[in-house]
Design a protein around this ligand. Structure first.
Ligand code: 5GP
Length: 111
């Protein structure tokens, strides 16, 4: 699905774009600032992304740029949900950059 956002077939509110990455607002934000960062090249998840170190570095650099553009000077989180236990719903790797308010405990589930 996110390949269709890259192709412009599905609209998105783009925050930042580079030759290799795209950053756009999550359609259902979980924090005052919630931006998704994806590599333009398709990788299903963070494990596949790790096999392409240049793309992985570009995604992290864009995540850092988003934090700057969103003025997240008090902090933020970068999250890669992965697989069923990680709650990954979209199989095009994406970094969630969330912030803009205190985010609470890292995990809500009890262990
Ligand atoms: P995941 O659970 O896979 O880590 O996160 C997928 C995220 O993509 C969710 O936060 C969801 O709100 C967001 N999302 C799903 N479909 C769309 C879409 O069409 N456009 C945008 N901007 N976000 C989407």
């Amino acid at each position: 699905m996110f390949c269709r956002i890259v192709a412009g077939e599905i609209p998105a509110t783009v925050v930042h774009r580079t030759a290799t990455t795209l950053a756009f607002r999550d359609i259902d934000p979980k924090a005052p600032s919630h931006v998704l960062v994806i590599p333009v090249a398709h990788h299903a998840n963070v494990i596949e992304l790790a096999t392409d170190p240049a793309a992985a570095a570009d995604v992290l650099a864009t995540a850092a740029k988003v934090a700057e553009l969103e003025d997240l000077t008090d902090g933020f989180r970068v999250i890669f949900n992965t697989g069923a236990h990680g709650g990954q719903e979209v199989s095009h790797v994406h970094a969630h950059v969330v912030g803009g308010a205190p985010l609470g405990p890292m995990l809500s589930a009890q262990r």
